[in-house]
Design a protein around this ligand. Structure first.
Ligand SMILES: *Cc1c(COP(=O)(O)O)cnc(C)c1O
Length: 375
């Protein structure tokens, strides 16, 4: 496999090793015609699989009708999506933007205005995005270092350390920002007791469900498995099955802070993305979620017995295998063997297949990984 020329692209990503030209369900096809089994889903984005008929038809129909009107006017898809998400949440209002980063920026601004406080508690190894605000609350020093000073009213605590969480609290903290499963920092699920302790603090609780939301962990929102009611939730990756979208949901009990002029986005709430997202939300039913839980458990159990796997962990189909070797070369070897996977930190192999994956595809992926890890 030869490296793909990237001459005119800024090198913010490593050199790519394959160019994909089409996708179908859990399969991708490379420019050379080779087929791959997709256990990355575009970084937990293509939840219903490539070219799923429901969002495909909805996006096509909206493309033929109206592409853009701006948020100065209403469009049908944006209203429909807000209503569906409010219903799924149990009462909330939505702000739409174009990415997970922007959704977290909106959450940070919302919390500041609502509480009048600038302090934030976030987690070590967390990931919330690349803009200066979202980067400031991202607990990975290597990603921040070259761009400091960022806003510095942030206290990072270790995931699941309740004592450290309580010790970090003080009167100027207005926001506690948590990923239910740390998706980029090693696939670390939070304990319900830790999230409950965060809920007890006198601050807004925001859950970054950019990666865990929209069915990824086996419930529509991951927080449904944690027994807490958050004030703010951010969504993005899986929401429109690959079209750009981000969303901040503010729970009914936490409404009131934003007024016209406080925040906005030209492209946010794009009708085509929102139409696709409505179709995604309508497709994620209890049967699909049961499949996510069952196939996630199958994947986790299979991974646990593979060579070099120290621990397999995750929720639903967001699964990590902590290896006793670096994960990068394993991802490369898996790609050479026809399986697309991800890393999450230096030593964790991350698997996030489309939510529609079946048991046979899970077993096929495990066979490929067995070979790769035995080599
Ligand atoms: C991917 C991700 C983001 C950033 O989303 P973008 O769409 O890349 O801006 C933020 N938070 C979490 C948890 C993510 O996984």
């Amino acid at each position: 496999m030869s490296a793909v020329a990237q001459g005119a692209l800024l090198p913010t990503y490593p050199e790519t090793r394959v160019t994909f030209v089409s996708g179908d369900g859990v399969q991708l096809t490379g420019a050379d015609g080779r087929r791959y089994l997709d256990f990355a889903a575009g970084i937990a984005v293509v939840g219903l699989g490539h070219r799923h008929p429901a969002p495909l038809a909805a996006a096509h129909a909206q493309l033929d009708r109206l592409w853009h009107a701006s948020n100065l006017f209403g469009t049908e898809p944006v209203s429909a999506l807000a209503a569906i998400l409010s219903d799924r949440f149990g009462g909330a209002q939505a702000f739409f933007c174009n990415s997970g980063t922007e959704a977290n920026e909106a959450a940070i601004k919302y919390a500041r205005k609502a509480t009048g406080k600038s302090g934030v508690i976030a987690l070590e190894q967390s990931f919330h995005g690349r803009t200066t605000g979202a980067l400031a609350v991202t607990g990975q020093p290597a990603k921040r270092a070259a761009f400091e000073p960022l806003f510095d009213d942030v206290r990072f605590v270790a995931p699941n350390d309740v004592d450290a969480l309580r010790a970090a609290m003080s009167g100027d903290v207005g926001l506690v920002l948590l990923e239910p499963v740390l998706g980029e920092g090693g696939v670390i699920p939070l304990d319900p007791a830790f999230v409950a302790a965060a809920r007890e603090l006198d601050a807004l609780l925001a859950l970054d469900e950019v990666q865990t939301g929209v069915g990824r962990t086996g419930t529509f929102f991951a927080f449904e498995q944690l027994g807490v009611a958050p004030d703010l939730v951010t969504l993005a990756k899986g929401l429109a099955n690959g079209l750009p979208i981000g969303c901040l949901l503010v729970a009914d009990h936490a409404l009131g802070a934003f007024v016209p002029g406080d925040h906005g986005s030209t492209f946010g709430g794009n009708p085509v993305s929102c139409a696709a997202a409505v179709a995604v939300c309508e497709t994620i039913d209890e049967e699909l979620l049961a499949g996510v839980r069952a196939n996630g458990a199958r994947l986790l159990a299979g991974l646990a017995s593979l060579p070099h796997v120290v621990e397999a962990r995750g929720r639903g189909l967001l699964v990590g295998a902590h290896l006793d070797v670096p994960a990068g070369p394993v991802v490369d070897a898996a790609l050479d063997a026809g399986l697309v996977t991800l890393t999450s930190g230096a030593n964790v192999l991350r698997l996030a297949p489309p939510l529609v994956v079946d048991a046979a595809a899970v077993d096929h992926a495990l066979e490929i990984l067995t070979e790769v890890l035995s080599a």
